[in-house]
Design a protein around this ligand. Structure first.
Ligand SMILES: [Zn+2]
Length: 364
């Protein structure tokens, strides 16, 4: 096989993307080669692109990827769930890979914290096998990746965000242990917050309240299970806390999520909680996200604080099952609200960065 494929290369932060051709080699026995059907731009791609966090370059950004198996190594026979895999199957896969023994995977059931772990969209494009990111024609699925076959019914738009946004929110809602009848508040209605509303509802929450400063997002959250939404843009902190607590009798919400990446919301969210409640953080992915909390408030109210980063492979399976079970209840396909070609990646990133689109999809 002597074919090539296009990669949209990220040379350095804030520079235009450049399309380059790289050789596509045969797979090793424990690899899969996928022809990419769709990749969506995640907020973390934008953080990398803007230089807010270090990312190897020149490289290929993008980790929310789905595609069709083009070539499969002979030792890969089944997906994570035991479904047989073969050429022509459409698949999603964990956004990270790690092969071999791991203290965190083996002892603490946290494979996502394994030492030496690598992530799609975070490698140098010059190195073999070149294609390890989403904004390209091909992607290699490396040893130690959890692969999951996609059912025929699920659309590309519904499936592309599964392996980052949806699986992460599965992990966060699992960590916060939402149970039947809970009242849940979500600070920030970007993609994570929108999925958070829907997953909280599907997990049995009685009351889901979405908070944001953007009117469109409040409308979207309503379609995804939010019972109440509050525009926090011109609200005093005390009034906001009172308004949320009034919606969650008798003494405030059971769970509050930070899903907006703004550290200043954390003390506000903690104030809303009932005694014994849980505050879970998932959006503060950039260094320097500092906030001040009164430790006495945590102790007095017996508050649990949880930080959640990435997810266990089981959360990807749950993400798929959640979308399949609720695709007539929530309009998941609407989340991916714009499509671009590889040549249009600069435009797609600009629109995603200024939030004029919710989730931009790149279709090679
Ligand atoms: Zn992501």
């Amino acid at each position: 096989m002597s074919k090539t494929g296009r990669a949209v290369v990220y040379d350095e932060p804030n520079a235009p993307f450049v399309i380059r051709e790289f050789p596509v080699r045969d797979v090793h026995a424990d690899e899969v080669l996928v022809k990419i059907s769709m990749a969506t731009i995640c907020r973390s791609d934008i953080h990398s692109y803007l230089g807010h966090r270090p990312n190897p370059c020149p490289g290929i950004l993008g980790h929310e990827i789905i595609g069709v198996i083009d070539q499969i190594g002979e030792t890969i026979t089944h997906d994570m769930r035991g479904d047989p895999l073969s050429v022509g199957d459409r698949v999603t896969w964990t956004e990270y890979f790690h092969d071999g023994p791991s203290y965190y995977a083996d002892i603490h059931d946290m494979p996502q914290k394994s030492e030496g772990l690598r992530k799609y969209g975070h490698d140098l494009v010059a190195d073999d096998p070149h294609f390890l990111g989403g904004f390209a024609d091909y992607c290699y699925i490396m040893p130690g990746t959890g692969i999951l076959k996609l059912p025929e019914e699920i659309t590309d738009e519904e499936a592309a965000p599964l392996n980052c946004g949806v699986a992460t929110m599965m992990s966060v809602t699992e960590a916060a242990a939402i149970t039947m009848g809970d009242s849940v508040v979500i600070q920030g209605l970007g993609l994570l917050g929108i999925y958070g509303c829907a997953i909280a509802k599907a997990r049995g929450a009685r009351m889901v309240i979405g908070l944001d400063t953007v009117g469109d997002r409040l409308q979207t959250a309503k379609k995804f299970g939010a019972d109440e939404t509050i525009n926090v843009s011109s609200m005093e902190t005390g009034d906001l806390v009172d308004a949320v607590r009034a919606l969650c009798p008798p003494d405030g919400p059971d769970i509050v999520f930070e899903a907006c990446g703004a550290a200043a919301v954390v003390p506000v969210g903690v104030k809303m909680l009932r005694s014994g409640g849980c505050y879970a953080l998932c959006g503060l992915v950039n260094p320097g996200s500092e906030f001040t909390l009164d430790g006495n408030e945590l102790v007095r109210k017996s508050i649990t604080l949880k930080g959640v980063y990435n997810y266990h492979p089981r959360n990807l399976i749950q993400a798929l099952d959640f979308v399949m079970a609720n695709r007539t209840r929530f309009p998941f396909a609407e989340i991916v609200d714009s499509k671009f070609s590889l040549e249009q990646l600069d435009e797609a990133f600009a629109k995603a960065a200024d939030r004029s689109v919710l989730r931009a999809a790149i279709v090679p």
